[in-house]
Design a protein around this ligand. Structure first.
Ligand code: AHR
Length: 597
């Protein structure tokens, strides 16, 4: 192998490997967003979902804003927070919430509790908020401030014991009606200025991402247009953000909204990349003569991120705690969109962005084999979900890609089949592919594994990089591949040439040996199985095993003259020599590259 350090080919893209954060599989609510209470604002449904109410002489109902009843109007917490809980009691009651399959609380840590309350008819009584596990009270506070107007009560709760299965309970004894809203419990221990769940923030940080694509994915599109992601509903006070049904099967609170995504990118030292809706959902589209609001939302989003504090949206950013610009450079128009409506909408949105913000790098979707060409723009977004072998075989996919046009952004890729629940074989497939991305990073500017997160209790996508429950996480082997590439990112590509076909000794291992190659003209040969004393037991005949040969791979196997080769895909050979005393054998397997011979 010759590496010519004197002839650098091209710089490696400084934004090559990043992350894609979509609110899928409870990635944000029930994941990165550390709120422990589920359905804190009673907006999830018209019934009491995720809450349990108990009272001998009382009832609790979710009510919608309605001021028409002069005697007892349903007064909402604010104009955007339309539902609340109405508790009507004559004695004891408890209202409890398990969060996301139990709440994780740590002994001695501080938890911010808050609740908004109002009584329409002079509730008389007392109330407490408690963190409990069964009958065991870990922390509690009195709630006394119930007036005729909505008012927050806040307290810091410090559990005396740890639990991964705690509940928040509002307990009371009184007479009359109390309206409740925004019942929240959030740990003070969080990560970054974005304030995300600590262990998951650290898991992201350890990937050293160079960019953060957000917030989706299909979540940007929605099933129907009214369920598309609309960033303006996700900023400001958390009680004024409008929750939205998420295409992946739950209501999103937007506790992590546009501002927090930008802040998270800054916390991670990553370039933010915002993907906006292009007037296309899964089932509906908006014709281009009605696309003005989409154009305005795109321009306002950029102004929010980058505009001076004297601009309307720059001022909103400053009010939300970040006077300095976020320096958003990348905006993607649409997700996996294609067809004439998308092309036209893209043109209108992209032209408006280019006119007002010529410095923005605009990304289109390359989906179903095509992408918009007008106006010219920086990058096209390609997505790949496939088998390990597909990724291995496509390690050289971009070697001959035309240079000079749009660059490639691989906004989503992952091995999602023939990899169990996500295994080393999948990770190796991705790693092989990533070597090709590095080699071609003059044309492939950015790439992100997808999806990033999965709450194991709500898995809606088969294979996900970081999997967690309410208090711990694990990464697939793919996580460590992403980390390894990020930590060993070069700055320049050097020419490499391989001459000859040297035989390579594959060291023996206990039990089976696996040999993989992503060269589609590889063979395995010169297999030898010997005893530790050197007695040759087996050599060079793959057609019949000593006890058993297991050969895996999706291509066809060729066995001739004692040489096993596989003509299309990656190969794995596992030798099982003996049953009870197989450890006593030594296996030597030599591999040879066929091409060029
Ligand atoms: O990453 C999961 C989903 O796959 C994304 O939401 C979508 O863009 C793609 O089809």
């Amino acid at each position: 192998i010759t590496i010519d350090v004197n002839k650098p080919l091209h710089a490696v893209s400084p934004t090559l490997f990043g992350i894609f954060l979509e609110d899928i599989n409870l990635s944000v609510d029930g994941g990165l967003y550390p709120e422990l209470v589920r359905n804190r604002s009673f907006e999830d449904a018209d019934s009491l979902c995720f809450w349990q109410f108990r009272s001998l002489q009382g009832e609790a109902k979710v009510r919608k804003a309605d001021l028409s009843n002069a005697k007892n109007p349903a007064v909402p917490l604010n104009a955007r927070n339309r539902q609340f809980l109405n508790v009507d009691v004559q004695g004891d009651f408890t209202l409890s919430n398990d969060g996301y399959w139990g709440m994780n609380v740590e002994k001695g840590e501080k938890y911010d509790f808050s609740i908004a309350l109002r009584t329409p008819n002079s509730y008389q009584g007392n109330m407490k908020a408690k963190i409990v596990v069964g009958d065991n009270v870990l922390a509690e506070t009195d709630i006394s401030d119930v007036t005729g107007h909505w008012k927050y009560t806040k307290a810091t709760l410090i559990p005396t014991e740890a639990s991964t299965n705690a509940q928040l309970v509002i307990e009371g004894n009184g007479k009359g009606e109390v309206c409740m809203d925004m019942i929240s419990l959030i740990p003070q221990k969080r990560w970054g200025k974005s304030g995300v769940r600590k262990d998951l923030g650290e898991a992201l940080d350890n990937l050293h991402p160079t960019f953060l694509r957000f917030p989706g994915g299909c979540w940007v599109e929605g099933e129907v247009i009214s369920q598309r992601y609309q960033w303006k509903n996700t900023i400001g006070n958390i009680d004024s953000r409008i929750p939205l049904w998420n295409i992946w099967g739950y209501t999103a609170t937007h506790g992590i909204g546009y501002h927090e995504y930008l802040q998270l990118a800054e916390d991670l030292g990553a370039e933010p990349l915002f993907c906006i809706n292009a007037g296309v959902s899964h089932k509906e589209t908006i014709p281009s003569d009605e696309i003005d609001q989409w154009i305005q939302d795109a321009l306002d989003a950029i102004e929010y991120a980058n505009g001076p504090v004297t601009s309307v949206w720059g001022a909103a950013r400053a009010r939300n705690g970040h006077p300095a610009p976020f320096n958003l450079k990348y905006i993607e128009v649409g997700n996996e969109n294609f067809g004439s409506v998308y092309f036209k909408n893209f043109e209108l949105i992209a032209n408006a962005i280019k006119t007002r913000f010529p410095e923005m790098q605009i990304i289109s979707n390359d989906w179903s084999g095509s992408h918009p060409s007008t106006p010219s723009h920086a990058m096209i977004d390609e997505h790949y979900y496939n088998t390990p072998d597909w990724f291995i075989l496509n390690a050289n996919k971009y070697d001959n890609r035309k240079r000079g046009g749009e660059k490639v952004f691989i906004g989503e890729y992952a091995v999602t089949s023939q990899c169990g629940k996500g295994n080393l074989r999948g990770a190796i497939g991705e790693a092989a592919f990533m070597t090709g991305l590095e080699r071609n990073s003059d044309v492939v500017a950015m790439a992100a594994y997808a999806p990033l997160f999965c709450n194991v209790e709500h898995q809606r996508w088969p294979i996900n990089l970081i999997n967690y429950d309410n208090h711990r996480w694990y990464g697939l082997p793919s996580y460590y591949v992403q980390q390894m590439f990020a930590e060993n990112q070069g700055t320049v590509t050097l020419p490499v040439s391989v001459t000859g076909s040297p035989l390579v000794d594959i060291p023996s291992s206990s039990g089976g040996i696996g040999l993989g190659t992503w060269n589609n003209t590889a063979e395995f040969k010169d297999l030898k199985v010997t005893t530790p004393k050197g007695k040759v037991l087996y050599q060079n005949n793959f057609s019949s095993g000593i006890d058993d040969w297991e050969m895996q791979g999706d291509g066809e196997w060729n066995v001739s003259n004692g040489v096993l080769s596989q003509n299309s895909l990656a190969a794995e050979v596992t030798a099982f020599v003996g049953n009870d005393n197989w450890r006593e054998y030594v296996v030597t397997l030599k591999a040879r590259k066929l091409s060029g011979e």
